[in-house]
Design a binder for this molecule. Structure first.
Ligand code: SAM
Length: 278
């Protein structure tokens, strides 16, 4: 090990493309004596491919406490441990946070590595203009609870980021449209994988778009929404329209461009541009 040895390294792993493992992550996984893994069978092929010799400690949602005890034992004995989840960053909608808390409480060192995370990967390709975002992760699976959470989030003046599984994406998008009203939805699907796609559209048109092709409902999803306008401030569409009109663009062209930029409905933007112009 070239890094400090007796530490817990929190190591993000690829979402789908092995080349996304950082050099530092690779070196740590190859050299630590212990890897605490969410699913040791799932992570086995990755560790094997790296030529890692580490022994594994199961560290999943249902045994984080026992896993933490074993990990702390190793750390106190002067051995390094790497913590990984099935994909992406441990502790982000994945097990890991309780282990990290216990290790830090025991006075042992935690060293987090930067790396793959579906939320930040998706956001960076979303084109959403919001300056702030709120990462929520998975919404509740029950409709009533899900709609209640969305009610609570409706007025947040920042982009909202959700994770969703394919078997629930239609019902979740339907609830998003019902509760949040019109705004831009960006659907990031299968990022870093063969069938990667990013689609922006007005939230009111998203369900129809998803139903238009069963392939659009397959795989892993990040759902991103533009935030609610702050009190007295312009929404995203209004902001972009005003900029374009101020630049001297004709109403029709401004609406067309604003729709392409924000994913909002062209007709609604056209009406708004006419009103702004007059
Ligand atoms: N810890 C992971 C991270 O850092 O992103 C997230 C793990 S969580 C159990 C899995 C969820 O992340 C999936 O249901 C999906 O919502 C999202 N996700 C993971 N990989 C993805 C990908 N390649 N494309 C889009 N979303 C993905």
């Amino acid at each position: 090990m070239t890094e400090e040895s007796a530490a817990l390294y929190v190591v993000p792993t690829p979402l789908g493309n092995l080349a996304d493992l950082t050099r530092r992550a690779e070196e740590i996984l190859r050299t630590v004596p212990w890897v605490a893994a969410e699913d040791t069978r799932h992570s086995g092929p990755l560790l094997k491919q790296l030529g890692a010799q580490a022994r594994t400690i199961p560290a999943h949602q249902h045994n984080e406490h026992e896993a933490a005890v074993r990990i702390i034992e190793k750390l106190l004995a002067g051995e390094a441990v790497a913590l990984i989840s099935d994909a992406g960053t441990p502790g982000i909608s994945d097990p890991g946070a309780r282990i990290v808390a216990a290790v830090r409480a025991a006075g042992c060192k935690v060293i987090p590595l930067p790396g793959p995370c579906a939320a930040t990967t998706a956001l960076s390709g979303s084109g959403l203009l919001d300056e702030h975002f709120m990462f929520y992760g998975f919404l509740p699976s029950k409709g009533g609870q899900r709609r209640q959470v969305l009610e609570d989030l409706r007025d947040y003046p920042c982009a909202l980021v959700f994770y969703e599984a394919p078997h629930r994406v239609l019902e979740t998008v339907a609830d998003l449209a019902t509760v949040l009203g019109e705004r831009t939805l960006v659907i990031g699907r299968e990022l870093t994988k063969l069938f990667e796609s990013i689609h922006s559209c007005p939230l009111s048109e998203a369900l129809e778009w998803l139903k238009g092709d069963p392939n659009r409902q397959r795989g892993e999803f990040v759902l991103m929404l533009s935030g609610a306008p702050e009190n007295g401030e312009d929404g995203e569409g209004e902001r972009v329209l005003k900029l374009l009109l101020a630049d001297g663009l004709p109403v029709k062209q401004a609406a067309k461009l604003a729709s392409a930029i924000t994913g909002m409905a062209k007709n609604a933007l056209y009406e708004r541009a006419l009103a702004l112009k007059s």
